[in-house]
Write a protein that binds this ligand. Structure first.
Ligand code: ADP
Ligand code: 5GP
Length: 200
């Protein structure tokens, strides 16, 4: 018995290739109360992607228009492309008690932490830089130039780890998923989120 209030806004950040997408997918499979916030991006669609699933793929002019309309909770340039979290993907769902996950870079993560202090922030990190590089290469979604840019940017992003509430090692998918579930389970029990009704 009990009454849930607002939903949880779960911010998942970490350098490219650390496993954000992989772990978010596992979390949503495990707990269907979580919905993914689909961001806008100006980067090109990858072969395995679909419009409105991973992203809304838009051009620079549309991105500028959305900024003018205050449609973004946050937006940033990441690895040479623009990305933005839509207010419409987040606010109403949280108000209705749904849980929402953001897969966003560190700049975006810090902006959301400021704007929505009640969010739960998780930073994913790899066992080593070599393993990060290996995972990024094995994914085969970026050119050599893009891989180098992402690996260089990773160094700077790691310096911001301490700004996050939780630091999650992604060594194996199984262990990392368990760690993420532990965070979510504990957060769900917070008194700020849930008021139990104790029967007589
Ligand atoms: P991100 O969303 O952070 O850029 P991905 O989830 O796409 O990262 O993961 C990067 C690559 O590494 C993918 O090919 C994914 O299958 C792989 N991967 C993710 N986690 C692990 C892990 N624990 N062990 C081995 N490979 C992993
Ligand atoms: P990718 O191009 O690999 O899908 O994503 C590149 C980076 O952009 C990732 O670090 C991802 O978390 C980040 N990203 C995706 N959507 C958003 C967003 O809406 N805002 C911000 N700031 N970063 C985002």
């Amino acid at each position: 018995m009990g009454e849930s209030r607002k939903g949880m806004l779960l911010v998942v950040s970490g350098p490219s290739g650390t496993g954000k997408g992989t772990l978010i997918e596992k979390l949503i499979e495990w707990d269907s109360s979580f919905g993914f916030s689909v961001s806008c991006t100006t980067r090109a669609m990858r072969p395995n992607e679909a419009e409105g699933k991973q992203y809304y793929f838009i051009d620079d002019a549309r991105f500028d228009q959305l900024i003018q309309e205050n449609a973004f909770l946050e937006y940033a340039s990441v690895h040479g492309h623009r990305y933005g979290t839509l207010v419409s993907e987040v606010n109403s769902r949280i108000e209705q008690g749904q849980n929402v996950i953001l897969d966003i870079d560190v700049q975006g993560g810090m902006a959301v932490m400021k704007k929505v202090p009640s969010c739960v922030s998780v930073f994913i990190y790899p066992p080593s830089f070599n393993i990060l590089e290996e995972r990024l290469r094995n994914r085969k979604t970026e050119t050599e130039e893009e891989i180098c840019r992402r690996l260089n940017n990773a160094r700077g992003e790691f310096t911001k780890m301490g700004e996050y509430q939780y630091l999650l090692l992604n060594d194996t998918v199984e262990l990392a998923t368990e760690r993420l579930k532990c965070i979510v389970n504990a957060e769900k029990m917070k008194s700020a989120r849930y008021i139990p009704t104790i029967p007589e």
